[in-house]
Write a protein that binds this ligand. Structure first.
Ligand code: GLC
Length: 522
């Protein structure tokens, strides 16, 4: 059992500022790891030895929770940026670059996690992971974080440096190549992202597609900086006279940039056509004929009306909308996945109207999604024979637990960012409209959710996740002092109380603007 230690005295933690200060201390003093004297990232969870002021005991590792996970470090790195510690983010990005695979079979991928052992860095690309699942999200997060870092710090020198640009081209080579299926989505095995266990999330799961969208936008933005530094590009309205015909790596860069933009355009159109659901699209879908063949047909994926689950009617209501969980021939996955949807809003994949529909959907289903502990990771859970067959009787992922409908405090800040960002962008259209009223109600819901976390997390030792249909109970196998639980709270506080400009931290390069880039002919 985790015994509370003196410093986390609950009386001290009754004030908001004390909780925030405690969270900050945990982050900087206990979770942050140095490698060769440089802070590079945070542990997934702070082990008891460190909490007691002892050195980390790697002879008794807590599975892999004492490793530096890439996905768990995304919130942490965003927090460090906002806190003026871009240096740590740069160290983290550089460390990952050193670990980007150059093996023929996996060239370009980044590891899920890494740690130092006897002066050596050990990285896990999936070859050590439980169930040998492959992590794809870590690879997609690297260019995204690189772009966010450059945007926030204006470190142009790093952005255009050779190792960074090489990392981006290795990444793009993983995506921009011929494949068997002519679709712009990325096909992955089960458990390739935050949900890193079998949960019927193989094929084209939403989170991966949205991260792909962000990663391609970020890569294009960073390549454009390098092209511009080489005098090969002119910004809109500032036409350059090209003095030389691009050759060698310059020509390859221009080609990659163009292909990335073409991919992005297809990906956006594809996701908005096939993944976006609201009351109208569902009704159209239900009435489509099946068994159609040929080029110009309505039901490309041969989807049968019976695949539309009954709960969807009340879930969507009149005004709700969201991106569905996965699309596979004849088998759309209508489960709602929180992170993929929030990132869709943050990265600008969803337009204004769709974002409003998404927030309405979350609000009208707040008893499910927020319940006693914001927020549920996906809805509804797999149960009965579906659970048996799809998870392989996974005891950790029984219905309402862990990834299968469990509640994860680390998710709330993504929603807060999406909503606050949207409010700033739509300021004019919110004025005097019914959207404005709704926005206020939504902000109150987020404020209430924040207060729940503020009250429960420190008292319950910062659990990784919570179980049950309302999220009232600490997760059966939840780790304590989980770092992204701690940073999630810090980010929520900052976004609700801090400088409004912080909400721009994850803005992506604008697709339209990228398209207007003027380039020399090859
Ligand atoms: C679990 C989670 C995964 C997380 C890791 C470290 O494996 O499923 O998303 O990255 O723990 O916290």
């Amino acid at each position: 059992m985790d015994l509370p230690i003196a410093v986390w005295d609950n009386r001290r933690l009754s004030r908001e500022s004390d909780v925030i200060q405690t969270a900050c201390e945990l982050l900087y003093k206990q979770a942050l790891v140095e490698i060769q004297g440089q802070p590079v990232g945070t542990l997934a969870a702070i082990p008891r030895s460190i909490r007691r002021g002892l050195d980390a005991d790697i002879s008794e590792p807590d599975l892999n929770y004492t490793e530096i996970f890439i996905r768990d470090n995304i919130p942490t790195m965003i927090y460090f940026l906002l806190d003026g510690r871009g240096d740590i983010v740069r160290n983290f990005l550089n460390q990952m670059l050193k670990l980007q695979s150059t093996k023929d079979e996996t060239a370009g991928i980044f590891p899920t996690s890494f740690f130092e052992e006897n002066g050596r860095i050990v990285a896990d690309y999936g070859q050590r992971a439980i169930g040998r699942v492959s992590s794809v999200d870590a690879t997609l997060w690297w260019p995204i974080l690189a772009h966010i870092y450059v945007q926030h710090t204006d470190d142009q020198e790093w952005a255009v440096s050779e190792p960074v640009q090489r990392g981006i081209s290795r990444f793009l080579n993983l995506i921009l190549h011929p494949q068997f299926h002519d679709v712009p989505t990325l096909r992955v095995p089960d458990g390739a992202f935050m949900i890193d266990r079998p949960l019927d999330v193989w094929g084209a799961p939403l989170e991966i597609q949205v991260l792909l969208y962000g990663a391609l936008l970020s890569s294009a933005g960073l390549i454009r900086k390098a092209l511009s530094a080489r005098g090969l590009v002119s910004m809109p309205g500032n036409r350059l006279a090209y003095l030389r015909q691009p050759q060698g790596e310059d020509a390859r860069m221009i080609d990659r940039f163009r292909r990335t933009l073409a991919w992005l355009r297809r990906l956006r159109r594809y996701l908005l056509t096939y993944y976006w659901v609201n009351a109208t699209t569902v009704q159209v879908l239900r009435r489509h004929p099946t068994e159609q063949y040929g080029d110009l047909i309505a039901n490309e994926y041969n989807i049968n009306a019976n695949t539309v689950p009954v709960w969807l009617q009340t879930w969507l209501g009149r005004d709700g909308g969201y991106l569905l969980g996965n699309l596979r021939t004849g088998r759309p996955d209508f489960r709602f996945f929180t992170l993929g949807n929030c990132l869709g809003a943050i990265f600008g994949l969803l337009g204004r109207t769709q974002r409003h529909a998404l927030f309405r959907l979350i609000y009208q289903n707040r008893d499910e999604l927020m319940a006693q502990l914001p927020m549920r990771i996906c809805h509804p859970p797999l149960d009965g024979v579906d659970w048996e067959n799809q998870t392989g009787f996974d005891q950790k992922n029984v219905a309402w637990s862990y990834h299968n409908g469990g509640h994860w405090p680390c998710l709330l800040w993504f929603l807060v960012l999406a909503v606050v960002r949207n409010q700033q962008e739509c300021q004019d259209s919110l004025e005097g409209s019914k959207n404005r009223e709704f926005h206020e109600v939504m902000m109150m819901t987020l404020e209430d959710s924040y207060k729940v976390l503020l009250k429960r997390l420190p008292k319950q030792n910062w659990p990784e996740y919570f179980d049950g249909p309302t999220g009232l109970w600490i997760g059966l196998q939840a780790r304590s002092y989980q770092t992204w639980t701690i940073t999630g709270l810090l980010l929520t506080q900052r976004l609700l109380r801090g400088d409004p400009s912080d909400a721009a931290v994850m803005d992506m390069p604008n697709l339209k603007d990228l398209h207007q880039t003027e380039l020399p002919d090859l």
